[in-house]
Design a protein around this ligand. Structure first.
Ligand SMILES: Cc1ncc(C[n+]2csc(CCOP(=O)(O)OP(=O)(O)O)c2C)c(N)n1
Ligand SMILES: [Mg+2]
Length: 358
């Protein structure tokens, strides 16, 4: 029989709403996350990164419209605070990251050169995966960025494998595996959580709950739509976070990182966020109203929220305008670079497919 929710149930959740997770007796859980306290400089840097992602994605949308980007292209506009808040808490080169096809923002937030990412989108040889991965399949082993994956949910099992490797090698790294609300219903995600908790693997499972999986809303597809509870039957603690607030994201990530790095096993973060654009560039978005999108933009935009906080910290409009100008220049240069770089040679068709010879 279901038990009534207790006040202490909401302890590990932010914005948990009325629903609260059951308490598991005598079990240590990560502490209650607190909103990250950022200096002016740090918040300005988060703002800069979020704006870079937004302007980059707007430009990618334009290049797609011009026919310069082929295949699928999934934009990250609206979700910027998630990648920036989480990636900023990781150690590049020590930790590993893996995500789905909506991956441009994660790479940018990890400090990867926008030119190399844009050239990958246009399928040019100067791209980070030599123009052969495209929007959905970008990689940078140097940064510990293991893609970019098109099979929904598959990155979660692969991320669990990366976490196993961190533990096996004893390199002190952790893995962050990002996936969507739709992917959260994949069987392999549950299998991965079970194994990760059993073996106390150093992994943070990150559900980017942008409310939709293609045209299906989370409430239509999920019997339990409070996705931070998805790990409960495997004893994976879950934290629900306002994914439109970069400092809330960073605060929850701090808590999760501390727990996971200490060898206590996985944590599940559910980031409540929203995508402003269609699922991909070819989505007419008939499953939701314009008013719904507009309302989120007006009330919860992560960049506007950071701007208001910067204003309160004394950062003037002029400084932010200059920053926007600088970012537009970086993005324009990336687009020029991506258009001018040559396509791969035909002889490259069979290279980089297998790591070794068989
Ligand atoms: C195994 C598998 N099933 C179906 C698809 C088709 N598909 C691509 S994206 C997608 C929706 C996934 O939504 P979500 O996990 O919420 O991620 P989001 O696109 O919102 O970031 C589906 C069903 C796929 N690529 N792989
Ligand atoms: Mg989704």
């Amino acid at each position: 029989m279901a038990r009534a929710a207790q006040p202490q149930d909401a302890k590990t959740s932010v914005n948990a709403g009325e629903a609260a997770p059951p308490v598991i007796a005598n079990r240590e859980r990560p502490g209650e996350p607190v909103r990250h306290v950022a200096s002016k400089e740090e918040l300005l840097e988060f703002y800069r990164q979020m704006l870079l992602i937004r302007r980059f994605e707007e430009k990618a949308g334009q290049l797609y419209g011009l026919g310069l980007i082929g295949g699928f292209c999934h934009l990250y506009i609206g979700q910027e605070a998630v990648a920036v808040g989480i990636q900023s808490a990781l150690e590049v080169g020590k930790d590993s990251v893996i995500t789905g096809y909506r991956d441009h923002g994660h790479m940018l937030a990890y400090g990867i050169d926008p030119k190399l990412i844009m050239a990958e989108l246009t399928g040019r040889v100067a791209g980070i995966s030599r123009g052969k991965g495209g929007s959905m399949h970008m990689f940078s082993v140097e940064h510990g960025f293991y893609g970019g994956h098109g099979i929904v949910g598959a990155q979660v099992s692969l991320g669990t494998g990366l976490a196993f490797a961190h533990k096996y090698k004893g390199d002190g790294g952790i893995n962050v595996a990002y996936f969507g609300d739709g992917a959260a219903n994949q069987g392999q995600v549950s299998e991965s959580m079970n194994m990760a908790e059993l073996w106390k693997l150093p992994i943070i499972f990150v559900i980017e709950n942008n409310q939709y999986a293609m045209g299906t809303s989370v409430n239509r597809s999920s019997s339990e739509d409070q996705l931070f509870r998805r790990g409960e039957s495997f004893r994976v603690p879950g934290i629900q976070v306002d994914g439109m607030d970069v400092l809330a994201v960073r605060g929850a990530t701090n808590t999760a990182v501390e727990w996971v790095r200490a060898g206590k096993g996985p944590v599940l973060l559910e980031l409540k966020t929203y995508r402003y654009r269609g699922h991909s560039m070819s989505d007419p978005a008939k499953y939701r109203s314009r008013d719904e999108v507009q309302a989120v933009r007006e009330k919860s935009d992560p960049i506007e929220a950071a701007k208001r906080e910067l204003d309160a910290l004394g950062v003037g409009e002029d400084e932010l305008k200059a920053l926007d100008k600088e970012i537009r220049k970086i993005v324009a240069e990336a687009a020029d670079f991506a258009e001018e770089s040559p396509e791969p040679e035909l002889s490259d068709l069979h290279t980089d497919v297998l790591v070794g010879q068989y």
